[in-house]
Design a protein around this ligand. Structure first.
Ligand code: ADP
Ligand code: MG
Length: 515
């Protein structure tokens, strides 16, 4: 700074000489500037990439249920966001004075600067990632869980690709910040662009000419790296992507039309697909499931009806472990599957694919094509690629979506998305499919296309448990209808018996639904 003040005192000399264009142009190709720019670019990109990854781990730790991990990451973020980079830089560069062994790495200003930048920037990036991760709907995680996908694969295959798209613009900003922050590294004698400039103008007093060259180098670096990231951002944005259609759909259609596949699971060894015994669930002091007992035979189509808040969703979700029970046991295909409040074991995750789940809001993976939505689970479970692709296409044909195999979910109507979701639930050949109000998020004119797919599955002998408000559909396709109220099964009977029931409350509910 003293040098700069000294130089500015010579302003008169500089002005009287005017802008030295010759010097300016010659400095644009000064090898020292070029070398320093390469150092800055390298340092910025490595620091950004490492801070991005480390920040992601911090964000995940911060969102974890473990309170120790939460507190550790919160403290880290708080500390490194509060510390000025300059102070951190000097601390790290001076560390060898107190800890000699560290001099192997830290005596090199490049490494000391890199470490300081990563420590400081990862705290900012953790907050960016946290925001992006929070923006991904919880249904995405649940859809992954329902397909038997474990935590880490859910993060890497489903959550990160979507969160990265949201986080990329602020992360790009952070890269620009890092490029500019590298100028601070001159205090630890790293030969970066500003230091090269300072060394020049302290000798020749051509401050403005030299700083203009410095500015041009910084602008050039920022422009190039942000352009590269922008390309990546566009690549990640599926809404700007054209349909990828690598194969001729006509050939796929003809091949799928000639084949038939049984949608039915071949695990039919036990009498019942599902046996629920004494299920109880509390939210605080409120009991939302009261001693639920229910056996489901193979090929049964059971509709669960009842007023809002009666526990239908809780019941369906507790069957595949999305909601934890407090008490009770669930047997799947004759063997224990869920036991009370115990955490799921390894076997649970292997067998969960025997239960298909269709959600109210479809929960398709928006960054994957229709076909890839179907193939995610088979790929994860390491099933034969050709075979799973063949079954996925046959299923898409079955739900009338084969022509849309290479589209993304946002290019489809709600009804089409739900039909894809049904195909996705069928792809692992489940023993039973659970539906939680599959049509209640749809516009009225789209309801029938989904109901007819479900009715077709019923006719083919698929075992299904359907929470629905579509009464005429429920009465048409079900062998059994369950009426729930206040967490209890009040009636469990044939559609005919339910219709003829003398229970006033039930008749009042049915009348309400018809209007
Ligand atoms: P339904 O699907 O029949 O409308 P739900 O199973 O969604 O009913 O809800 C049953 C009861 O449990 C309701 O009273 C609801 O408010 C309560 N409930 C559901 N989920 C939660 C939750 N995560 N926390 C607290 N209460 C909940
Ligand atoms: Mg519900």
């Amino acid at each position: 700074m003293t040098d700069l003040n000294g130089d500015l005192k010579n302003r008169d000399v500089v002005t009287s000489q005017g802008f030295d264009w010759h010097y300016f142009v010659s400095q644009l190709v000064n090898p020292n500037f070029i070398k320093a720019s390469w150092t800055v670019t390298k340092l910025s990109i490595i620091a950004w990439t490492c801070a991005l990854l480390f920040g992601l781990l911090l964000a995940l730790g911060n969102r974890a249920k473990n309170p120790i991990l939460q507190n550790l990451t919160t403290s880290y973020i708080w500390l490194y966001r509060s510390l000025p980079l300059l102070v951190l830089l000097i601390y790290i560069y001076s560390l060898p004075r107190f800890w000699e062994a560290s001099s192997v790495v830290l005596s090199d200003p490049f490494w000391a600067g890199l470490i300081a930048l990563i420590l400081s920037e990862s705290a900012y990036m953790a907050e960016i990632h946290r925001g992006a991760l929070q923006a991904i709907p919880h249904g995405q995680i649940e859809a992954g869980k329902a397909l038997g996908i474990r935590y880490w694969a859910i993060q890497t295959k489903i959550i990160f690709p979507q969160a990265l798209r949201i986080a990329l613009p602020p992360l790009t900003n952070q890269l620009v910040t890092i490029v500019k922050l590298t100028s601070l590294l001159s205090v630890i004698s790293l030969t970066e662009i500003l230091l090269v400039g300072q060394q020049l103008y302290t000798r020749n007093f051509l401050v403005i000419e030299t700083l203009t060259v410095v500015a041009i180098y910084y602008v050039a670096i920022v422009t190039i790296v942000t352009w590269l990231i922008k390309r990546f951002e566009i690549y990640l944005d599926v809404t700007k992507r054209k349909n990828k259609q690598p194969e001729k759909l006509t050939s796929l259609t003809s091949f799928s039309n000639t084949e038939t596949t049984s949608i039915l699971s071949n695990n039919q060894k036990s009498k019942f697909v599902l046996e629920l015994a004494n299920l109880n669930k509390y939210y605080g002091h409120t009991q939302v499931l009261k001693n639920i007992n229910l056996n489901v035979c193979w090929g049964n189509v059971i509709s669960i009806i009842g007023p809002s808040g009666s526990g239908k969703t809780t019941l369906i979700r507790s069957i595949n472990g999305l909601t934890h029970l407090d008490e009770g046991t669930i047997k799947l295909e004759g063997t224990p599957f869920i036991q009370g409040h115990k955490n799921p074991n390894k076997e649970f995750y292997e067998r969960i694919v025997h239960l298909g789940m269709v959600f109210q809001n479809y929960n398709l993976f928006p960054h994957k094509t229709v076909l890839d939505n179907l193939l995610l689970a088979p790929d994860y479970h390491k099933m034969d690629k050709e075979e799973s692709k063949r079954s996925a296409l046959i299923l898409l044909d079955k739900v009338g979506m084969i022509d849309h195999a290479f589209k993304y979910p946002h290019q489809l109507s709600g009804g089409q998305q739900q039909r894809v979701a049904i195909a996705r639930a069928l792809v692992m050949k489940p023993s039973i499919i659970l539906f939680d109000e599959p049509t209640s998020a749809l516009d009225p004119e789209l309801v029938n296309e989904v109901l007819s797919v479900i009715a077709q599955l019923a006719a083919e002998g698929m075992t299904m448990l359907i929470v629905t408000h579509e009464m005429s559909f429920a009465f048409k396709v079900s062998n059994r209808i369950i009426f729930m109220e206040n967490g209890e099964i009040i009636h469990d009977d044939s559609p005919d018996a339910i219709r003829k029931s003398s229970d006033k409350r039930l008749q009042q509910f049915l009348n309400q639904c018809e209007h």
